[in-house]
Design a binder for this molecule. Structure first.
Ligand code: CA
Length: 363
């Protein structure tokens, strides 16, 4: 056999061998991961519907051609609601779907990747995360925990909440018993509100029986589902405390690094798709629910008095500054977020602000 012929045969043999693993890989069993959630099975937006955790798993399956399968578990099915951070960190599950502000006990900086009071709106938070250095900071904050996170949903702007009595001044907040979690709870507490922490399912009975005088939950669609309009008539707007609440897809960093590059891209891009799609779903459903609440259910919707908003804003700035001063990484995230917010607001004064006003005026 000539040398050329031998080389040709060897070459074709090598080609055949090179083709084989790809074929085997395509036919091999899919990678199966577990994703837990902080929300119960069947929860609209979080667990069911366009852009939810279940929808995210379906999109990952479809985009990967069935090579990456995500088994979705509601709160309590595999682990308790708020143990996702530790479970993903330990590798018990590969993913968790929740909100990063549940993890402020681990690192206060996590607050900025969900929502901070008087913070960025949906466009603004996406600008910061995708283009303004926010994602890189999220990666930096979670790296010591062996975690990586992506924005995977957004409620859009929430509502201040339900109040049994009208709020006319800052003094009306003193002694008011209100269900409100997180950082906004700390802000209200500084103004004399008696802050109560209650899970979603306990809000309606507490408000109806007068155990609490006021409560915030999410927005018109989710709040109406709990029946809050039957327990309080004043529905204050808008969501100074949660201007565009991000849902978080938390991933075990080592497991993510172990995925082939194309499947990493599938996870990242499916999360980004759900971030946008879920917010679209909220816009329509909130619009319909708000209309129904006002027209058919006797709800009085209005903004908080300007002096109340002013005080809430002042105390928010103090609370954020105090927490940022305690930890250099939180300070770094805070400074990045606030610098971006200032830039965004300066442009929005010429762009979205007047445009939005002109749309509302023309309807
Ligand atoms: Ca809320």
């Amino acid at each position: 056999m000539s040398l050329a012929r031998r080389q040709m045969l060897t070459g074709s043999l090598a080609g055949g061998l090179l083709a084989a693993p790809a074929l085997v890989r395509a036919q091999s069993r899919p990678i199966t991961w577990k994703m837990t959630s902080a929300y119960p099975k069947g929860s609209p937006f979080y667990m069911d519907g366009p852009g939810s955790a279940t929808d995210l798993a379906k999109r990952i399956d479809a985009m990967s051609g069935g090579r990456l399968k995500i088994q979705v578990y509601g709160a309590g099915e595999l682990i308790p609601a708020l143990e996702g951070f530790d479970a993903v960190r330990a590798g018990t599950v590969e993913m968790n779907h929740a909100n990063s502000y549940f993890w402020t006990g681990k690192t206060f900086a996590a607050q900025y990747f969900t929502a901070v009071p008087f913070g960025l709106n949906f466009q603004g938070i996406n600008g910061w995360l995708y283009d303004g250095g926010g994602q890189a900071l999220w990666d930096e904050v979670y790296a010591p925990f062996g975690l990586k996170a992506f924005a995977a949903g957004n409620t859009g702007v929430q509502m201040t909440g339900w109040f049994k009595k009208e709020i006319k001044s800052v003094d009306d907040l003193k002694g008011l018993k209100m269900r409100i979690p997180g950082l906004a709870g700390k802000v209200y507490a500084a103004l004399g509100v008696d802050v109560k922490l209650l899970p979603g399912g306990e809000i309606f009975p507490a408000l109806e029986r007068g155990v609490i005088d006021a409560a915030e939950f999410v927005g018109p669609y989710q709040d109406r589902r709990l029946g809050l309009q039957k327990a309080a008539k004043y529905y204050y707007t808008t969501g100074w405390h949660e201007s565009a609440t991000v849902s978080e897809l938390l991933v075990n960093k080592a497991a993510f690094a172990g995925l082939p590059k194309d499947l990493q891209a599938v996870v990242e891009n499916a999360a980004a798709a759900c971030n946008v799609i879920s917010e679209g779903w909220c816009q329509r459903n909130n619009a319909e629910a708000m209309d129904d609440l006002i027209k058919n259910q006797g709800v009085i919707a209005k903004p908080l008095p300007a002096d109340v908003v002013k005080r809430l804003r002042e105390v928010t700035a103090q609370v954020l500054a105090e927490n940022a001063a305690k930890d250099p990484l939180t300070k770094k995230v805070h400074d990045s977020y606030m610098a971006y917010a200032a830039k965004y607001a300066a442009w929005a004064r010429y762009s979205e602000g007047p445009y939005h006003g002109s749309i509302l005026d023309s309807i």
